[in-house]
Design a protein around this ligand. Sequence first.
Ligand SMILES: [Zn+2]
Ligand SMILES: [Zn+2]
Length: 112
Amino acid sequence: MRKPGCNEENVQMSDVLCDFCMQEWTDDRPMVEGHQGSCVCGQCLSAAYRSMVLTEVPVPDAPAKCILCLEMRSEPTWSHQPDGPRACRRCVRQSAAVLQKATEFGWRKPEA
Ligand SMILES: [Zn+2]
Ligand SMILES: [Zn+2]
């Protein structure tokens, strides 16, 4: 997400916040953008990847909305805090692939 009140014509790295942990984009905290300016940082992506891709998780009874693809998903979703925005497993997999490909960040998918 964008920091409220930032200049959309001249967005700086510090104007870009992770939608999950609300931290700013920095050199050590790479970001992947979802739909409508939603963002997930490398740290949250690692945590989400560990808890949904490396770990066997049951499909929940009720679908949940993913803030990255804006769809209701009948699959495991991850959130940084209990009532916070959620990311679906598909978006976490895709974002992890994108971030790992951007080798300048040196981010790697967590391994089991
Ligand atoms: Zn984050
Ligand atoms: Zn999604």
